[in-house]
Design a protein around this ligand. Sequence first.
Ligand code: ZN
Length: 288
Amino acid sequence: MALPATQGYIHIYIGTFDQTIRFGDQPEPSVLGEPLIDFIYADLSLIRGRAHLTAESFLPVHPYFSYCDKRWQETLINALTSNDDSHTVDTLSIDQLADIQDRYRDLLSSLYNASNMLDEKQFASQLATSEWIGKMNCFNNVRLVPGSQGEACIDYFVSDFESALFLELTEVLRRRIRLKACKNCGRLFLPRRSNMDYCPRIYTKDGKSCADVGYSQTFAKNVKNDDLLQAYTRAYKAHYARMTKPRKKAANMTREAFEAWQHEARSRLDEARAGRLDADEFKNWLKL
Ligand SMILES: [Zn+2]
């Protein structure tokens, strides 16, 4: 497979000691890994479906398109936004962009699928068999320079969009940056805290994020489970009293009968908590 021979120079500044990445004149650095993750899920179909594309369509896809060398930006955007394939300059096409997106998304999804830790063995095996990973060669120049805030940065000078992406990928891998699959939408994200299960992407039409949706569902589930446990506990106390403190009016219970009841109640509670037994049915049974 021929790699796209595209051009468009850019300086990429990566924090020597912190996890930041800054593209060209980008005023504020991004968190290392975020531009890459955002790109693999960028909605290119939306861009492809539009008859009249503008430079602005590409700016949210990746910071590269905003901050690459201005002499190239126009050529690049023109090529991306026109349907004419006869460019004199070999530049990036929207099909190539989609191909790059597929490759990087597939790779990252396979490296982080089940656990949240980078699967190093999986990467080694991908590297051995991949048609493209081992062929990528993106460094033109490497320097150490102070960043915009005076912090130490490694300045990589690369010549095209995929090189920019590949550089970020190599840094994410060698720093073993943790990515998590969102429990709501399944897409990878960079957790700001290790116990975050849901990504901050907007998920519903009314603007709720996966985190909003996910945590409110978890909360509702916990409240419901609490409710079931309370009903079980009340019934347990009542049955226990029938065994230990026999009263004239209430039916007495032998220890064997109580233990049998407790065993049955416990397993019904588990069923109800797992959603396999209707909550009201469970509560009615407890009242018997
Ligand atoms: Zn999500």
